[in-house]
Design a protein around this ligand. Structure first.
Ligand code: SAM
Length: 400
């Protein structure tokens, strides 16, 4: 048997300013960290032990597809997501040096590091051998960090390290350059971390033996045939997908929302990403979906293919594709003024959407059961209020 692959990713997110508009040279979309050449990032990624497969340059961010997951570069923020036995945190000192010397960003505004519990912790290297070493590594860099463990310690759980903002008055605002400064949308990240995928969901990611002629074309075809290309409206999506040999799949997508009235969110526009990574091998199958488009909690016409999906529709679309036996969802949202008209917080609304997406009988427009989607029971529901951010965490298990 091939040696197991650790699908669950290490996710490092570093903000050098609350928003791109806070940078000195913010009138240019290629400002701040986007000025740094890709060859410089490649040399940092060598330390982490992964390679760049392709790059898509958007209006507001650059999306790098990696041999082990993804890297997103915005003017004021970097997101490094890596799986396997990569040395994600060892890239951090070099990132800080590059930001200071090549983008004139010598101070970190906020840093977040998170990951799900590993399937094979004994295979990890360096500080990733244990959460306590990862926390020690980060504490040696940041004087103002706090570490949290969310969920079952002897089951699926999620670990988070975050630093306090350097300027305590500022809460990170919209990821968008084009959102008005005085009406920022919240910073919003949804992750759906799925294990134990059904055989019918895994098999398409294991191509017949033999070389793959064009991993990108193969990735695009697979994305179209499985409905990945339609998770968000196709006219808003730039998809960069890759099929690995002998198996596996990764994709980054840039979503340009709000240019037309039907895709506007809270009357704003902007650019966000989603990223999907799939480990289809039996025994350690895993798929992750992460997205920072601030989804509407409910959409008046959720089935309109031109509209941004609401949270419930998005979860259903993703879970229908991957059919996990177990999944954890995290919604991490900046917590300034995010109550709805009924006084409910965004995380309470999100918990309801998680449950409605996975527990209420999933039906299509004609009210028949959606084929393929499993029935779930919730095994964990945790809400957390951190400084400036709220977290909704929930775990589910298939009933059959
Ligand atoms: C596509 S990557 C994505 C991992 C991701 N974090 C996830 O969610 O599963 C991992 C999958 O690709 C396969 N793979 C094949 N060649 C690979 C390579 N050169 N580097 C990393 N993974 C590779 C692995 O066996 C695994 O199934």
């Amino acid at each position: 048997m091939a040696s197991p692959f650790e699908g669950p990713e290490k996710l490092l997110e570093i903000w050098f300013a609350p928003s791109a508009t806070d940078l000195d040279d913010s009138t240019s979309p290629k400002c701040g960290l986007r000025k740094v050449k890709s060859s410089v990032w490649e040399e940092m990624l060598d330390i982490v032990q992964c390679k760049v497969l392709s790059i898509v340059r958007g209006d507001e961010m650059d999306a790098y597809l990696l041999s082990e997951s993804s890297f997103f570069v915005s003017p004021h923020r970097l997101i490094l997501k890596t799986c396997g036995t990569t040395l994600n945190l060892l890239g951090l000192p070099r990132i800080l040096e590059i930001a200071a010397t090549q983008a004139n960003l010598p101070c970190v505004h906020r840093c977040f590091y998170s990951r799900k519990s590993f399937m094979f912790p004994e295979r990890q290297l360096g500080p990733h051998r244990d959460w306590k070493y990862e926390v020690e590594f980060l504490d040696n860099i940041f004087p103002n960090g706090a570490a949290y463990s969310v969920g079952k310690m002897n089951g699926d759980h999620w670990l988070l390290y975050m630093t306090e903002p350097t300027n305590s008055e500022v809460i990170p605002g919209s990821p968008s350059l084009s959102a008005a400064r005085d009406h920022p949308l919240p910073d919003y990240t949804i992750e759906i971390l799925m294990s134990d995928l059904a055989p019918a969901a895994r098999h398409p990611f294991i191509p017949p033996p033999g070389p793959i002629e064009s991993p990108s074309l193969d990735g695009q075809n697979l994305s179209a045939s499985l409905g990945i290309s339609d998770i968000f409206p196709s006219h808003l999506t730039t998809l960069d997908a890759y099929s690995f040999s002998p198996c596996g799949y990764s994709a980054n997508a840039l979503i340009k929302w709000g240019a037309d009235p039907v895709s506007r969110i809270d009357d704003a526009s902007g650019e966000g990403y989603y990223t999907i990574h799939v480990t289809p091998e039996e025994g350690w199958s895993y798929a992750s979906f992460e997205c920072n488009v601030p989804l509407p909690p409910a959409h008046p016409s959720p089935h309109d293919p031109k509209a941004i999906p609401d949270l419930l529709s998005l979860i259903r679309r993703v879970v229908t594709i991957f059919q996990p036996g177990r999944l954890s969802l995290t919604l991490f949202i900046s917590s300034e003024d995010n109550e709805n008209d009924q006084g409910e917080s965004a995380i309470e609304v999100a918990q309801r959407a998680f449950k409605a997406a996975l527990i209420s009988p999933p039906v299509d427009d004609n009210l028949s059961a959606i084929p393929g989607i499993r029935e779930y029971k919730r095994t964990d529901k945790i809400n957390y209020e951190f400084g400036g951010y709220d977290l909704a965490f929930a775990s589910f298990e298939a009933r059959r």
